[in-house]
Design a protein around this ligand. Structure first.
Ligand SMILES: [Zn+2]
Length: 329
């Protein structure tokens, strides 16, 4: 709870949130050589200590996490610990997302098995900890059209009842939203919700127009009910009106945007503009294990750095309640 309202997180990658201790432990168990053997020694290799050049450089920090996803027990453990950590943060409801091909590829795991293992780990987590959880399967753009078909097939084959939505994430510059129209037909036919990472680039970026096009395609063609980041929406009032009229949620993650250099200063983050226009913006961590943050930290940053007043922080919580993919019980 926060200020008498439930605390919700809607945008967190469980495969970007592996405890440093768990990386060390799994590496030790399976004889994987690491560049360091203590938590503090390993931290600079798996966490962001200064802003990266862009989203893809940021994603490089995932490498050691991916390396220790050695088998389905490791995958189950990572999902379980994500639930435990969310409960420890005081979160009441969390949507955890993951890319099964990403989790499977380094160690040749079966992607549908990965989906099952994540669902099992999360299901055990909610038995043991006081937090509600829903899962989101990710199609990672950089695997291309065929790879994303494989990823979607694995998700549909392996999913349990906690998995309620599909996301599109990854390299949106080389793999625009328009490539994935037929995938999301299938997603909607399966009765799953849709969220799409799009418009995650900086103001004035040479790719800003691509980001804007990806946003329009996400809402008009893919059926996105929520948008991840949506930073470039601020460049297009017609798009913001569209998003507002249809009550599409926005998943904002300010610290992640600073660390990927897509927003230069917290004070320039479009979150404030979104709220002022009455859009259903929410506050999230993205990859807290890599950013070394908590959701509470993001609320602190939203107040102190982005400059939101208390009523706006409350609005973020109310918006999350409105656009969550499962209702809170
Ligand atoms: Zn994300």
């Amino acid at each position: 709870m926060r200020n008498g309202l439930p605390l919700l997180e809607l945008h967190r990658h469980l495969d970007g949130n592996v405890r440093v201790e768990t990386i060390l432990d799994l590496a030790r168990q399976h004889g994987i050589p690491l560049p360091a053997h203590t938590v503090e020694g390993l931290r600079p290799y798996v966490q962001v200590t200064q802003p990266q050049k862009g989203v893809m450089e940021f994603i490089g920090k995932f490498a050691w996490m991916q390396r220790v996803m050695v088998d389905l027990n490791a995958v189950r453990r990572i999902a379980y610990e994500n639930v435990a950590d969310a409960a420890a943060e005081g979160i009441d409801y969390i949507e955890l997302r993951f890319s099964p091909l990403f989790m499977a590829e380094k160690n040749g795991l079966d992607p549908a098995g990965v989906v099952r293992a994540v669902c099992e780990g999360a299901a055990q987590g909610v038995v043991d900890y006081p937090v509600q959880v829903a899962l989101i399967g990710i199609l990672s753009r950089q695997y291309g059209v065929d790879g994303c078909w494989n990823e979607l097939t694995a998700i549909l084959r392996g999913r349990g009842p906690m998995l309620v939505a599909i996301d599109l994430a990854g390299d949106e510059i080389h793999f625009p939203s328009s490539l994935f129209e037929s995938h999301f037909h299938k997603v909607r036919d399966a009765g799953l919700h849709v969220t799409v990472h799009a418009g995650e680039m900086s103001e004035g970026s040479p790719f800003a127009a691509v980001g804007l096009e990806n946003l329009w395609t996400a809402v008009r063609v893919l059926g996105a009910e929520r948008l991840g980041h949506a930073l470039r929406a601020v460049d297009d009032p017609a798009l913001m009106d569209w998003i507002g009229d249809r009550q599409i949620g926005i998943e904002s993650c300010p610290t992640s945007n600073i660390q990927t250099s897509t927003v230069k200063e917290y004070s320039e983050h479009p979150l404030r503009t979104f709220l002022q226009r009455g859009l259903l913006a929410t506050l999230n961590t993205d990859d807290p294990g890599i950013s070394n943050i908590t959701l509470e930290h993001e609320y602190h940053v939203a107040a102190e750095e982005v400059g939101l007043v208390e009523a706006e922080l409350t609005r973020l919580q109310e918006n999350a309640l409105r656009v969550a993919f499962s209702s809170l019980s």
